[in-house]
Ligand binder design. Structure first.
Ligand SMILES: NC(=O)c1ccc[n+]([C@@H]2O[C@H](COP(=O)([O-])OP(=O)(O)OC[C@H]3O[C@@H](n4cnc5c(N)ncnc54)[C@H](OP(=O)(O)O)[C@@H]3O)[C@@H](O)[C@H]2O)c1
Length: 304
């Protein structure tokens, strides 16, 4: 299969490209920067989609980047990057080389997934509710509305192209993502639960996220929304304990909510201080088999 991966230069895109290549697929990346094996978004807008069987979009800003202030400019940039979507997915989707051909699949991982990364912002934070792909959400704050807008932008009304949206949890893997920021304090024995630690922490091993995306590309029966989270849920305190155990340290120094608020600002801090129990019911029903269903084993593999 010839697969176009938008934002494929990043943490998840690299893992996905490696898996797709290993399974014999041909990958072209879409990036803001030109380079070998890539096309740029400008080239895409000017010339249309190159001939391909499937397109996956992973492009997006890291919303939890503490070095960027969560001001109006940053907020405005989010919908701006979403504006690429209709052009990318719809504008050229009519005939010839501009059409996604063959298997006819378009797939999207939320570009504001850093929201989801922190907690699956589509679903309302709760200490008790359980959310699967059919649960209501996407309408209670700025971030959840952004996810709704983005998912709508990726949808092609009336188009026969198979479409999948993966709502990802916090992606755990070597060399990037959330773990990249946590390893040093935990290795120094300074890590611990965030805030109360009771909030849920929807997580997934990067190998499984790449696996779910690949499964969705390869299996024709998969369509619609899939939750990209592990089948075993954990709270933030359980995650801190498991990461400490994987590193051979105790992780008991809590990070007070006031510090999280000072670093990220109040609005973004909510993403870390509150959480949701997200269940991958549809993902499992499509037949996907997890390589890392349990948190302890996933973390041991990552820090080994
Ligand atoms: N990591 C997680 O835990 C996690 C969880 C859930 C969802 N997600 C979402 O999944 C996607 C991929 O995540 P990742 O961890 O692989 O992120 P990443 O390493 O930051 O890669 C994202 C890629 O998107 C492109 N990009 C960044 N800002 C952009 C913008 N304003 N407009 C267009 N392209 C932009 C960049 O590619 P170029 O520089 O080559 O253009 C970058 O390599 C992101 O949308 C992220 O929000 C991540």
């Amino acid at each position: 299969m010839r697969v176009l991966v938008g934002g494929g230069t990043g943490f998840i895109g690299t893992a996905l490209s490696q898996l797709l290549n290993a399974r014999g697929h041909e990958v072209t990346l879409v990036s803001r920067q030109p380079g070998p094996g890539r096309i740029t978004w400008d080239e895409l807008a000017a010339s249309g989609l190159p001939s391909c069987d499937a397109a996956v979009n992973l492009a997006g800003e890291n919303i939890l980047n503490p070095l960027r202030r969560w001001n109006e400019t940053f907020q405005k940039e989010q919908p701006l990057s979403l504006a690429l979507q209709p052009e990318f997915l719809q504008g050229r989707n009519t005939s010839g080389p501009g059409k996604v051909q063959g298997e006819n699949i378009q797939m999207a991982l939320s570009p504001n997934g850093e929201i989801l990364r922190a907690k699956g912002a589509y679903y309302q934070p709760s200490l008790t509710a359980e959310y699967d792909e059919d649960s209501p959400g996407g309408d209670f704050d700025f971030f959840s509305n952004l996810v709704t807008k983005w998912e709508a932008a990726a949808r092609l009304p009336g188009d026969s192209t198979r479409q999948v949206v993966v709502r990802s949890g916090v992606v755990l893997g070597r060399g990037g993502g959330a773990i990249g920021h946590m390893l040093l304090p935990f290795r120094l024995g300074l890590g611990g639960p965030i805030g109360s630690g009771h909030q849920f922490f929807p997580w997934i091993h990067i190998g499984d996220l790449a696996g779910i995306l690949t499964h969705a590309l390869e299996a024709n029966h998969v369509h619609g929304v899939l939750n990209g989270v592990a089948p075993s849920s954990a709270t933030n305190a359980e995650f801190a304990q498991a990461l400490g155990a994987a590193l051979g340290h105790r992780a008991f120094i809590p990070v007070p909510s006031t510090i999280v608020q000072a670093v990220f600002g109040r609005e973004r801090a909510i993403m870390l201080l509150e959480g949701q129990n997200v269940i991958p019911r549809r993902t499992l029903a499509t037949g996907y088999q997890y390589s890392f269903p349990e948190l302890g084993a996933a973390l041991k593999e990552i820090v080994a």
